[in-house]
Design a protein. Sequence first.
Length: 269
Amino acid sequence: MCRSCSHQSTVTAGTIFDKTRTPLRVWLAGAWYLTNQKHGVSALGLQRVLGLGGYETAWTMLHRFRRAMVRPDRKRLKGVVEVDETYLSISDRDAPMPEDQRKKRKNRTHQVLVVMAVELLQPKGFGRIRLRRIDNDSAEQVVPFVQASIEAGAQVRTDGSAAYRELKDLGYDHQRTVMLGSEVPAHVSMAGVHRVAALIKRWILGTHHGSVQPAHLDAYLDEFVFRFNRRTSASRGMLFYRLLQQAVVTDPVTYESVVRPLPKTPKAA
């Protein structure tokens, strides 16, 4: 209770735990299990470990945590950065729904385009990454992603796609590599994005069995970025701490906003 205005509130107000009926002890156990598993956890797996009554509770809990995995003030990539696109093959059977509808629905497979940016370290290795689902590989889609994800002045390496032609005019040191007819394989000349693309596909198929609705893919990409960028952390407790640190400053998330997320629109930095 506020001493000046006598307004009553709770310690969970203004966080992702706002108005939850699940005990905070269960939320903390879920956060620890989520960060303690190297390759993540599915909603069904979390439901079994925590002993939750329904799949919907575990599914929503994971999506609320995913909303807290991205800091709005995170720094953009710098140095040498590779940018490319890849297709992910996913099905649409992960979202909760009534049992009678679940039996009638036929699972569909979707090919979803994702744009990637990967920092290259010297003399070797990869730094941070950024991912975003896009509708197509046009300049209207990929250029705003580059501007929002990479600092101006960075060296951006891409393939020969015409969509990236205006990057030099936007202040980037753009290096194009035409893959068609090149003697150097694409996975050699742009090793970073090809390695990350392979890891994403393996993670989606391995941990989530390819079961990710296209509308929710952005949340899964956020989780992958959170894990990849902290892969060198020697302490799983630090990941747990970072997740909770961001969870208490992330705006409340309703069940409806999780089940029916608003489409993300690319914004320039």
